[in-house]
Design a protein around this ligand. Structure first.
Ligand SMILES: C[S@@+](CC[C@H](N)C(=O)[O-])C[C@H]1O[C@@H](n2cnc3c(N)ncnc32)[C@H](O)[C@@H]1O
Length: 230
């Protein structure tokens, strides 16, 4: 029987692949995306600000003066919104050099270059020994082999990035600190809950988006804290 390259793919696979193509097709000078009433610029190969982070961005709370570490910053959208909540320091990390370029642009464009530092890092590898009041993360949702750096914005081969995140994140959290974590109903939600608990955290859903009919995709924001107060 004849097969096509799309054989065996799910609707979500096809939708995500079309988004990866769109990220790659951005012109060199970039393009501007409006997200929750603010403008963000993305250069080629950067994950665009999208609905997936909105439950987190609408519901996370930063007290003025707190420090924030944003892991997998992409365009820097979550980090920039932390700055709008008057964080005193925001460190935004990403593996992808294109994301570093986009997030640096957005830190400057929103006037937060003195507050928001953007640094290339595979998870926490370049953080040093700094600790933060709040850690935010919108990591790739799905346990699926990622063939390139753009695919790594949506797919996590063997769920290794998410697994390492939960194993290591506690070291970068100040006593009494908290984590805001984005996820989705088409991602490995049960595995996220299991990883968080195994690492000594309690995890609570604080917000979710309405399902986008007819696809029924939903996005979540979790609040994660050490199970035993630190
Ligand atoms: C779903 S996108 C989210 C981007 C942005 N935070 C947002 O909410 O729009 C995931 C981001 O995580 C980054 N990422 C994936 N694996 C990573 C790793 N091991 N270390 C750092 N960043 C990573 C990707 O490059 C991508 O920018």
């Amino acid at each position: 029987m004849a097969t096509t390259p799309l054989a065996g793919m799910t609707k979500v696979d096809r939708w995500q692949i079309s988004r990866q193509k769109a990220f790659k097709a951005v012109p060199d000078e970039g393009r501007t995306i409006t997200y929750l009433g603010k403008k963000f610029h993305v250069y080629p190969d950067t994950f665009w600000p999208f609905l997936d982070s909105q439950p987190l961005v609408r519901n996370f709370r930063i007290k003025p003066g707190e420090s924030v570490l944003d892991v997998g910053t992409g365009s820097g959208v979550i980090a920039v919104f932390a700055c709008y909540q008057q964080a005193a320091r925001v460190l935004a990390l990403d593996l992808n050099p294109a994301a570093i370029r986009s997030a640096s642009h957005n830190a400057r464009a929103h006037g937060f270059e003195a507050v928001m530092e953007v640094r290339r890092s595979d998870l926490f590898e370049n953080v040093g020994d700094e600790q933060f009041d709040v850690i935010t993360a919108n990591l790739p949702f799905r346990d699926k082999p990622a063939h390139d750096i753009v695919a790594r914005s949506q797919w996590d081969t063997g769920f290794q990035t998410n697994t390492r995140f939960f194993q290591d994140v506690g070291k970068y959290l100040k006593p009494g600190g908290r984590i805001y974590f984005a996820h989705s109903n088409f991602g490995a939600v049960d595995e996220v809950r299991r990883l968080a608990k195994a690492a000594g955290f309690r995890i609570r859903l604080i917000a979710s988006s309405a399902a986008d009919a007819p696809e029924a995709r939903q996005f979540y924001a979790f609040l994660i804290k050490p199970a035993v107060a630190t």
